[in-house]
Design a protein. Sequence first.
Length: 370
Amino acid sequence: MNEFLVVSQIALALSIGYTFFIMHLLSHKPPKKYSLSKLPKISVLVAFRNEEKNILACCDALAKLDYPVDKLEILLLNDQSTDQSPYIVRDFISGKPQFKLIDIEEAKNNLQAKMNVLAQGIPKSKGEFIFITDADCRPLAGWIKTMLQYFDPSIGMVSGFTILEEKAPKPFSKLQTVDWIFLQGLAFTASNSGKPITVMGNNLAFRRNVYDQLGGFEKIGFSITEDHALMKAILDKTNKEVKYIRDKEGLVLSASVKDFTAFINQRLRWVKGGIGARPFAYFLVGFSFLTHLSIIAIFMMQQWNMVSATAIGLILGIDHFKLKMHLKDLDKENLKTHFLRFELFYIFYPLILFILVPFTNKVKWKGRKL
């Protein structure tokens, strides 16, 4: 056997395993959606720090939520902003009883950043369910009712898809949008198989009594990805389940980052926050990374043969099939024309992260190093 075919054969083995594994994940049914028999008291929390460019659009979207005002409170949590954000909020919420502006104190209980803000904000809320989004986001009008329809008694947390808007230069913005949908698709299918790997912190809802049962973020302990830390605590320490939903009525719109440097910093924060994830998360992300890395190896070793072609075809084929499903359900089929560019992007940027992570002790978040 020609020793130079080894790379091709490894790539083929990985591609076959990856294809069957993704098909297995896709074979599971999505969460069941129920009709609402009653509308509970809801608290929406938004942490913000120096968001004068985004906070008004966020507030406007929150004011348009399709939910009774008498059963809704929206807490806007000011994390020591030094710009005009608090003044913009104060002007907007005047005469709107469902809104409240709360100034957050300095870090307590060794918590920092968004986790510290939420840890101080949640005790000031009154809702039976806590909804979380970000200041650079705009939930759709049906967000609350849609998320609530997935809470049966066994569910402690529900997370939905976040779609990026095009504020960065168009080609890079499109790539980010497809990438977010692709990665959230992995989280969605993993959740359907009964093995949640992550949630989206700007499109998140959880039961207040479950949060209280855990002792809040103070007991969970600091993480730069507070959403993932709370998800993991619910799964490890309660009898409640976590579900990731793919429902176009429950979308949150967010802004894409402006350049590749900001993108890498964002992903480094995700990676650092994901340390300590459940074993299945490591397996899923690692398997995907190695499988796509094999395409680079084929090109580097110039393994031009039918075995290599089959391997690449299988990887691209299952990725396209999976992405097409998500785009269709989210009414984003126009993005499928960017698939090949996305695939190149997805093959190379994880390699950059893999190289940088060992040399990254702290990451940037809202002007802070964590």
